[in-house]
Ligand binder design. Sequence first.
Ligand code: ACM
Length: 547
Amino acid sequence: MHHLIPAPLSVDTPADAGSFALDQNTVIDAAPGTEGVARLLRATVGAATGLPLDPGSGDGRGAIRLRLDPAAADELGPEGYRLDVDADGATLVGVTAAGVFRGTQTVRQLLGPEAYRRAPVDQDRTWSIPGGSVSDRPRFAWRGLMIDVARHFLPKEDVLRYLDLLAAHKLNVFHFHLTDDQGWRIEIKRHPRLTEVGAWRSRTKYGHRASELWDETPYGGFYTQDDIREIVAYAAERHISVVPEIDIPGHSQAAIAAYPELGNTDVIDTTALSVWDTWGINANVLAPTDNTLRFFEGVLEEVLELFPAATSPFIHIGGDECRKEQWKDSPTAQARIDEHGLANEDELQSWFIRHFNTWLAERGRRLIGWDEILEGGLPAGAAVSSWRGYGGGIAAAEAGHDVVMCPEQQVYLDHRQHDGPDEPMPIGFVRTLEDVYRFEPVPPNLSPDAVHHIMGTQANVWSEVMQNRARMDYQVFPRLAAFAEVAWSALPASADRDFAGFERRMTEHYARLDALGVEYRRPSGPLPWQKRPGVAGRPLEGPPPNV
Ligand code: ACM
């Protein structure tokens, strides 16, 4: 009905429902607490329609009424909304401003794809919202997208645009992968070399690491602290939480290139390292020293100031793919293992994680990390991003940890979308729109307690083969629309999902994406300029695992 994506919980369209016609006199009647939602609705729909949508009481005039109703908490939860439309206007009710904001995204879809443009394309057209009622609430509290801005930098303007795209799909978590071997992307005042040195590399592998090609253009970029504040505030206006990721103790070569004392100086000459110019899992990891702990406490102090607790309760510390060879060879690391009575290098990694878990908890934040942080033992309160399949998430949830399900076999959007030869720089498994639509975040046979620990799900986008926003759009869309429905809507079991019905609704959604200027993959495959002939990827074989 109405081609809404993600599908709402319930829609009622009586035969005599009529519609609400918007015109020059239509006002937005915003109750206290919804002023910010009204402002964004006016900015977006006002621009697209050319209508003033002035603030007003709506007495005797058509109005879009925004209302808060705390008594509807049982029905709607913190992010749900109810929308009632008749000839006199549209009334949107939520328990919180976040719920009302999600509802405005439904209003925008009901106005038609042109409501996603930034200026009217037809001065004579009329605008109306079909009559009836929508009652809606999300299945999961955590509905996220992770973007890797380290391998390739996504300029601030593009990050803001992605926040708009998340909002349009009722997603509410932006996981911001800010640091990696190939680049440090966030200004840290007390350690300026992190961006002076760590944000730049002299050249870049073009394609998968097995590719012969290099792009010899010096490459880089970072967000200033004001850029970060702007991004966080922009997200907050859209009721999106930002989870900054500072990856430790692996994925740290850019930091070590900037400050060689952070590396295992008793094993290699860390002064010879530069920001990494190719892809893979890097052996140059942080040294487990007090100096490293103090350094990253300093980094995180600035991170906590930039990402306030209200909108960033979780801080991601990475923890994935930390190779242990240097620790095995390092007398300093081995002495640390002995000093703390640790069994092995896994427990040394766990020692890092425990330190920052306590440090963050003392400051009112929660640590989240990739599922490797389970190895060597995970402290209470830490949460897990389950990426190597469901296994880590199952183990973590059964042990009482909160979990975000983001298995690489299912929701890594850098993986290719088709097995055809024309996919640009194809890497990973074939994961079609339908595969993503059938992804089920909650594995079967979890104990009831563990089910409550599945906070939700997110799609992850690693950017090794995405040099710019167009490449990212191609990988992310249209699959993010399917993912949004998985995360938001009350879908049946995977096999029973109506993919044909979703595809029919996608017809309208493609028109929305066109209006938004999203360079999605067409169902027919890449357009000529979306191909990258001759640039090697690394396709993998295998169906998505059944849960
Ligand atoms: C990951 O994909 N290394 C989290």
